[in-house]
Each structure stands twice: as structure tokens, then as C-alpha cells.
Ligand binder design. Structure first.
Ligand SMILES: [Cu+2]
Length: 221
């Protein structure tokens, strides 16, 4: 499933454990909806052709209602979509409950119009988030002014950042590379430019990168 989407045109880039799980659910939803669409439109076409004007099809049968068909059809679709609901709800809980033990905890502050990041050793960066691949990263998010939304499309993760509260979220990158980091909540005139990059590095490269960053004052200043 992970690589299958490479062949789908216009499929957005995917990375991280969360990205692939959301892809799988989305593909199943799409396939189920497509199957039902095909069934409904298939029947419309069959009846249109069979009962077209001048066709010899018999039309004299008495009207009758089959409860067996009604109940079977309704129950089958209900069970399918409830299954998707349970699957999606379970995934939502998994995505938004940060694991108690993370390999790395970073602080993120949103302000008009940038993301400011602080690493455990005091290293700071703006509109960039460097993380090691294969590690569980926990973020503690705060806003300095208005509501922002921390959004990494490739990881299929988005979390509102509300002034006066501390939010937590987590992810586990599965491949090195650069991925877009956006703000997904309209937060003022420069909202569209509140963007950066998540840079996923090999752990050794991340350690080197940390060592080469100057340590300055805390984010609150
Ligand atoms: Cu914003």
C-alpha cells in the first residue's frame, strides 16, 4: 500500500507512520464509494436500456416490495460504513493521543506569521523543523497571539494551536527529506506565507546539525 500510491496521478506526497495509515483508510473509503457509485449507475443504465421505448421487455408484472432485499441492502451498506467509522475513529484517537514516551520533545510557538521551534538542547529555528528519521517526536504547541493550525500535509497531521493552551501532537518520520509545514487556520493578512519545511535527517546528521546550531535565549523572549 505504501508504494502503490506512487502510481496514482496527483497523489500528494506521503511520509511518516501517520501518513501511510491515513492513505490506507482514504483508499478504502474511495474504493467503497466508487463501488456503490458503479452499482447505482450500472443499474440505471441496465433499466434505461431494458425498458427503452419500443423494447419487447415485459412490463406487466405486479408491483411488489421485497423486504428481504430492502433489509439486506440497507444493512450491508450500514455495516460497511460503520466499519469505516470505527476504523477512522480508532485512527483519530491513535493520531491525537501522544505516546507517553517520545524519543524527542520539541516546543513549537506559532505567531503572526511564523513557526518558532525550540529543541531540547536550546537550539532554535524559525519556519524549519529538523528531526531525526525513525524516532517518535512529540511536539508541545503554543500560540503567542491568535489561533494557528500546525499542518504537515505529507504526514496527514494537523493540530490547532490556541492561545492560552498547550497542545501536544506527535509523529514518527519514516523517510528522510523535506516536507511542507503550513498554517491551516486563517490568522491574518500574511497567513498564506506562514510556511516552512520539516527536514527529516539521518540521526547522525541530526546530531551534527544540533551541534552546529548556536544556542540563544528561550522562545519566550
Ligand atoms: Cu497562522
Amino acid at each position: 500500500m505504501a508504494d502503490a500510491t506512487r502510481w496514482v496521478p496527483f497523489w500528494p506526497p506521503t511520509s511518516a507512520a501517520s501518513g501511510y495509515r491515513v492513505n490506507t483508510l482514504f483508499i478504502f473509503e474511495l474504493a467503497l464509494c466508487a463501488a456503490i457509485l458503479a452499482l447505482v449507475f450500472g443499474l440505471i443504465w441496465v433499466f434505461c436500456i431494458r425498458y427503452r421505448r419500443g423494447s419487447p421487455a415485459v412490463r406487466s408484472g405486479a408491483e411488489e416490495k421485497s423486504w428481504a432485499v430492502e433489509i439486506a441492502w440497507t444493512a450491508a451498506t450500514l455495516v460497511c460504513f460503520l466499519g469505516l467509522f470505527v476504523w477512522g475513529a480508532g485512527m483519530y484517537v491513535w493520531l491525537y493521543q501522544p505516546p507517553p514516551l517520545a524519543d524527542l520533545e520539541l516546543y513549537v510557538v506559532g505567531k503572526q506569521w511564523m513557526w518558532k521551534i525550540e529543541h531540547p538542547g536550546g537550539q532554535r529555528e524559525i519556519d524549519a523543523l529538523h528531526v531525526p528519521v525513525g524516532k517518535t517526536v512529540r511536539l508541545v504547541l503554543a500560540s503567542q497571539d491568535v489561533i494557528h493550525s500546525f499542518f504537515i500535509p505529507a504526514f496527514r497531521l494537523k493540530h490547532d494551536v490556541v492561545p492560552g493552551t498547550l497542545e501536544t501532537m506527535w509523529f514518527r518520520p519514516t523517510a528522510t527529506g523535506s516536507f511542507a509545514l503550513l498554517c491551516a487556520e486563517f490568522c491574518g493578512t500574511q497567513h498564506a506565507h506562514m510556511e516552512g519545511q520539516v527536514v527529516v535527517m539521518e540521526p547522525a546528521a541530526y546530531t551534527d546539525w544540533l551541534a552546529n546550531q548556536g544556542v540563544s535565549q528561550s522562545l519566550a523572549q
